[in-house]
Design a protein around this ligand. Structure first.
Ligand SMILES: Cc1cc2nc3c(=O)[nH]c(=O)nc-3n(C[C@H](O)[C@H](O)[C@H](O)COP(=O)(O)O)c2cc1C
Length: 374
């Protein structure tokens, strides 16, 4: 291995004692390939197996915690105990390759396509329509329903434990339900769940508390609980960097195992909310101040891209598209073959890359999403 990249292969120990063999993790990526009934498919499991050898931890695609939170065609479910064998199949396959397996737990809120949720009944913090898709306007959740969804995040955590996962990642990013409660765009409530920044934090923090409580009660071994968030929203009103710094302060007190900053570009700069010319990642990392490990992500295609990001002090880095394009990314760096890393998708290589059909179709039919697809 080239000496320059050696620090990426130092092991890392979470506060809970769980050890990662290196600093590279697989980013959560939806693959649209599960069965209609919410169980995982063999094609999906094969796709994970192909990518679980080099990285130290695999964060799965998001899984819905309640039936009305299903956000994607071919998303797998974790909303009932009947799903435990399916979850177990996935966790077992990932762990057999040597990576820790972390289940990303999710509710799509107002971003769910109506045809995927019972009776097309789309719910969110408030009845404000998303500007991101053409889905119909949501209905505001009642107090009872809010409590039910918080409990469902806990129930899903219990199922993750029973299925053998090493942890869960709470999906508080990318505009989905947890973020919808934090956002002044989607949350116009005037009860305990909205009305001020303080109250908009209440739902994300209640989910964290519930998940931590269930993990403490059910897990017999150390169990990872991470939280993923998006630092800003383009909408006006919407989440600003200033809002996010407040959320980080609260999350950093929750004894989480990590915070994961969802970005498409690791080096992107704040849109608004702070007078600071540095990247969002650097500002966030400084604010967290070592209280909890941070995972960075976003367009880190080459080994040099990754080491440069690592040198900011962020201890863990996630690779998403990079591992679809080149499942051997980590092994190539480990064996001094970083020059052989593929950084553009080979559009003729679906079988070689072990990518299920629905994901492959999405990739090749979405211009600009993956390098190599115009
Ligand atoms: C196919 C695909 C599916 C994704 N699905 C999820 C998801 O389920 N949950 C999530 O938090 N982020 C999801 N993301 C975002 C990635 O985790 C990551 O933040 C983004 O791709 C940027 O990192 P990269 O440049 O390493 O790909 C997805 C990205 C892609 C490309």
């Amino acid at each position: 291995m080239n000496d320059k990249y050696k620090p990426l292969f130092d092991s890392f120990t979470f506060k809970n004692g769980i050890n990662l063999k290196n600093r590279l993790v697989m980013a959560p990526m939806t693959n649209f390939s599960s069965n209609e009934d919410g169980t995982v498919t063999d094609a999906e499991v094969d796709y994970y197996v192909r990518r679980s050898k080099g990285v130290s931890m695999v964060i799965t695609a998001c899984t819905y915690v309640t039936r009305n939170g299903k956000g994607f065609h071919g998303e797998f479910g974790a909303d009932t105990d009947e799903m435990i064998p399916s979850l177990k199949k996935l966790a077992t396959a990932i762990k057999a390759e040597g990576a820790k397996a972390v289940l990303q737990i999710f509710h799509g809120g107002r971003e769910c396509p109506p045809e995927l949720v019972p009776n097309g009944d789309i719910v969110s913090a408030s009845d404000v329509q998303s500007e991101r898709n053409s889905a119909k306007a949501p209905r505001a959740l009642t107090e009872e329903e809010v409590q039910h969804i918080i409990a469902a995040f806990g129930e899903t955590t219990r199922r993750a434990i029973d299925a053998g996962f090493d942890g869960v990642e709470i999906h508080g990013a990318n505009g989905y339900l947890i973020q919808q409660f934090f956002s002044s765009h989607s949350n116009r409530r005037d009860d305990q769940w909205g009305g001020s920044l303080e109250k908009r934090k209440a739902f994300p923090l209640a989910v964290v508390d519930e998940v931590k409580k269930v993990a403490a009660k059910h897990a017999k071994e150390p169990f990872i609980v991470g939280y993923r968030f998006s630092p800003e929203e383009p909408e006006e009103p919407g989440i600003t960097m200033a809002d996010t710094l407040q959320l980080i302060d609260a999350l950093a007190e929750k004894n989480l195992d990590y915070l994961h900053v969802s970005l498409n570009d690791f080096w992107s700069k704040p849109r608004r909310g702070v007078d600071d010319d540095r990247s969002r990642m650097e500002i966030i990392h400084e604010r967290v101040g070592g209280k909890v490990p941070v995972i960075g992500v976003g367009s880190l295609y080459s080994a040099d891209d990754v080491i440069k990001a690592f040198e900011t002090g962020v201890p863990l880095l996630a690779l998403g598209r990079e591992l679809i394009i080149d499942p051997d990314w980590v092994e190539k760096v480990e064996t001094g073959r970083e020059n052989e890393i593929e950084t553009k998708i080979d559009t003729g290589a679906q079988a070689r890359l072990v990518v299920p059909d629905p994901l492959w179709q999405a990739i090749i039919n979405t211009p600009g999403w993956f390098p190599g697809i115009q």
